[in-house]
Design a protein around this ligand. Sequence first.
Ligand SMILES: [Mn+2]
Length: 312
Amino acid sequence: MQTKTYAGISEEFSKLETAKIVLIPVPYDGTSTWQKGADKGPDAFLDASENMELYDIETETEVYKQGVYLADAVTENSSPESMVDAVHQATKNYIKKNKFVTIFGGEHSISIGTIRAFNEMYPSLTVLQLDAHADLRKEYEGSKCNHACALYEASQTTNLIQVGIRSMDIIETTVMDKERTYFAHEMALDDTWMDTAVDQMTENVFITIDLDVFDPSIMPSTGTPEPGGLLWYETLEFLKQVFTEKNVVGFDIVELCPNKNEKSSDFLAAKLYYKMLSYKFENDEAEDDYDNAFNTLKEKNNSSKYNEDDEY
Ligand SMILES: [Mn+2]
């Protein structure tokens, strides 16, 4: 049972029964290869959130009044596969409770579970990935649930759109859909990429944000920083467009690897999360009913799109 609330909000806004939003922390760091510490991400994010102003100037809203329930953390870590199963179950449970479900990692492999849940609950799902890394390996170091494989399943079962990519292995080119990939070096020279990417999205969009998509100058506290990343306002402009034009069904944020001497990254993550909620609920009154409109009839969709590529 959680005693702490998201951002220190009062009980009135943090009860499961009335909250429209659920936040699931997943402090998992089982497979990262270089810097460890993404398991400390959720706590650092929650600490920063408590020290943040809760009025959003841009949208003129206080989105916490829609209610944010801080769920028990998913702590299963006996194997990457069992962690993914536990995340999948927890995510699906809260979708079924008609909540807007958000997840904070943890390393990127947790998204295998979150995406699987949303893909089962929403037809024709687009997965929008903001990330420095393609994460399209089918298997890595003996597991399909490694962080390097985080988006492989999504590439086979959803409409995957990758944004900000600037690091990958050559084998991933055999899986990648280049038409739906926005490489950082091309984005820097092209001011139409946002519209093109949004045009490729279906109505239901799940967003997975690996914080290493940001430039290390503003987001140094991540496991594998890569130069040439996105900056704050261009990222917000793009996200706002997606929230305005599409039905964002949920999102996750991963790979905060906190450094006690560098707090600005924790605050960036906290603010990003709150901004995304503010965009989602910008036009909803706190008293309005919420309907996440998950598809109860179709437990599994897009399965026909799945084709195992033996060549890989
Ligand atoms: Mn990633």
